[in-house]
Design a protein around this ligand. Structure first.
Ligand SMILES: [Ca+2]
Length: 230
């Protein structure tokens, strides 16, 4: 499908297009879904859908405590049961149920302590860090916990760390917080060269793109911090 973007269906009733690194589906009734193809999905609906929706994003009634409703309207006991209840069957697509209890990947205390430091996921909760102004608007603890879990499960992958922190940064931005520049030369550095490359990249033939992709992956796979600190 991504080869056919932008798409315009039914005289603009549904549009699908790429915007920066994100893919977007927009409908004429105001639904907006974005996905970065890696980690981050956003679903936005207009205010007139308040209390008229259900599903994985909750029921939009300003009460987060009743958002784990299953299709039966009962509240699920945990997020796994909730997630499972909304699964739909798609032919030829395998969608796992996640892990529960002892089946979940375990993060040993030493690595957990390491990834909790401000050089890793701790940047999200640091009281003097770049996200400090966001803490009162958006509780950072769950983002921190998810970050430590994911970074640990990926053996300290720098890209997983940066994508995870970027999710909090994005949501802070959406909550109206002026997020300080959290990318530095030593942390998930913002690649000016990346912007340059992307502008250049869009003008290449398919073959050149494939070739350049290889070099870009090699080049950017050194995003810091990465596995070398383990
Ligand atoms: Ca709710």
């Amino acid at each position: 499908m991504f080869n056919y973007l932008p798409l315009n269906l039914n005289d603009g009733a549904v549009q699908a297009y790429q915007e920066g690194r994100r893919y977007v589906i927009a409908t004429d009734f105001g639904l907006l879904v974005t996905y970065d193809l890696i980690y981050h999905v956003t679903v936005t609906v207009p205010g007139n859908y308040r209390n008229k929706v259900c599903g994985l994003c909750g029921n939009f009634n300003d009460n987060p405590k009743d958002d784990f409703q299953m299709p039966s309207h009962q509240l699920a006991k945990n997020e796994n049961k909730f997630g499972k209840s909304w699964k739909v069957t798609i032919p030829n697509v395998v969608c796992g149920n996640g892990c529960e209890g002892k089946n979940c990947p375990n993060c040993d205390p030493i690595r957990k302590a390491l990834f909790s430091k401000s050089a890793y996921c701790g940047i999200v909760t640091a009281s003097n860090g770049p996200f400090a102004d966001c803490h009162s608007k958006l509780e950072p603890q769950s983002y921190f916990d998810d970050c430590v879990f994911d970074v640990c499960a990926s053996n300290g992958d720098g890209k997983v760390l940066c994508d995870s922190v970027a999710a909090y940064a994005y949501n802070c931005h959406m909550a109206g917080v002026d997020v300080k520049n959290w990318r530095t030369t030593s942390f998930c550095r913002k690649q000016q060269r990346e912007i340059y490359f992307l502008a250049f990249y869009s003008r290449l033939s398919h073959f050149s793109s494939v070739l350049l992709s290889y070099f870009l992956v090699m080049y950017f796979s050194h995003e810091v911090p990465s596995k070398q600190s383990l």
